[in-house]
Design a protein around this ligand. Structure first.
Ligand code: SF4
Ligand code: SF4
Length: 104
């Protein structure tokens, strides 16, 4: 019996698509004020409702899309970032959108 092998590589550290496809994605939801206070103000949007995302890319994302990326506030990142899992619907949507411009 042959097991199916995933054809896609969901290595987040060489991706970054979900952090870079929409300014409406890394929005705050059920975070407490104490949790939000942990996020440096320079990375927060003007309306204080989410992460600041110039050109749809989260300002807390470091590195080069599709090559090597990292989250500068990983330990205190918003809930939506914690719940997005490699291979889930949001991940696939983000990768699909970014694949038009970046090789993922
Ligand atoms: S969750 Fe998906 S879209 Fe986000 S960085 Fe990981 S592989 Fe890329
Ligand atoms: S806070 Fe971190 S994990 Fe969340 S979108 Fe920004 S770079 Fe990505």
């Amino acid at each position: 019996m042959t097991l199916a092998v995933p054809t896609e590589d969901f290595d987040c550290q060489t991706c970054g698509a979900c952090c870079s496809y929409s300014e409406d994605w890394p929005r705050f939801s059920l975070e407490t004020d104490e949790e939000l206070d942990q996020i440096p103000a320079e990375y927060v949007s003007a309306d204080l409702g989410g992460m600041r995302c110039p050109d749809n890319r989260c300002s807390a994302l470091s590195g080069t899309l599709g090559v090597h990326v990292g989250c500068k506030i990983y330990a205190v990142r918003p809930i939506v970032c914690r719940t997005c899992m490699p291979g889930d619907d949001e991940c696939l949507m983000a990768r699909q959108k970014l694949s038009q411009t970046v090789l993922l």
